[in-house]
Design a protein around this ligand. Sequence first.
Ligand code: AQP
Length: 331
Amino acid sequence: MQRVFSGIQPSGIPHLGNYLGAIRNWVTLQQDHECIFCLVDMHAITVWQDPAELRENTLRQAAILLAAGINPEQHVLFNQSAVTAHARLAWIFNCVSRLGWLNRMTQFKDKAGKNRENHSAGLYVYPNLMAADILTYKATRVPVGDDQRQHIELANDIAQKFNNDYGVEFFPQIEAIIPPAAARVMSLRDGTKKMSKSDPSAQSRIEMTDDADTISQKIRRAKTDSEPLPSETEGLTERPEARNLVGLYAAISNITAQEVLNEYNGSGFGAFKDALAERLSVTISPIADETRRLLDNQDHLLNVLRKGAERASAIAEPIVSEAEKLVGFLK
Ligand code: AQP
């Protein structure tokens, strides 16, 4: 059975992009993979996090994952900072990875924007830590949204360079599993920007804790244009907001964008948005309700994460200790 690793940052409330791009696929992969799911709190602090909010977000995110169908008995769910092997391997990778490789990372450029000099060194070496997260477990399959494709390629470069430098076949190559639909869900306010937890406007995203009224209100206010929906998907090429909403409808209903257009071509956005909001609520409301129930028992959540960290450490420790020996550290 292949080992899957995937992570999500507790940097806010997970949104529809995280759900369709990642979490939903994690749930499915549990059927025929050994899965390790991680709340990557060390990644989260690469940009400022209020400590109390980080704690709250980490617990809420654990609750959302359980509510969405992650099974912590058969698989492993924990928070990154509880397993020190990630930081140890990340340091080794900081020394394997090249500045030239990191300079090409578009996510750093997007997040740092024009104010590059003022961002943390952690944000810059974030992809090295991500490579360490995966290779700490020698995981070979990583379900991610399209935005992480470049980071997985970099992780493979790091694994290969480590193996070459030390003359071993120690780290495996990694395969990104990118969903065919909704691999990149866009902001509801701007169809050219990805939906993101850190967007200052909560109207830009559907959060996994939103109730049916909030979902309906956000979808009704979502930016669109004044044209009716086209009959073919080519007609969406220059219409990013319309394309995003049609893509969401298709992904949540497990049909193609063309099938959505077959039903709605020629109509305006009013009825289409109502139907979309309804479909989103059917999936999200039960997850939101179960999340609220789970959050009433924080001891249970802490216990799940603690046990998950113990099991993760048991897998990670021999792998990272061996990597340290290969580097020449006295053990
Ligand atoms: N808009 C998106 N569409 C599809 N997939 C997405 N993912 C994130 N945004 C979208 C996927 O969700 C997983 C977890 O992401 P993350 O929390 O680790 O980090 P991120 O990609 O940086 O997500 P955000 O929401 O934009 O967080 P902030 O604002 O804190 O940086 C990943 O698999 C990601 O591909």
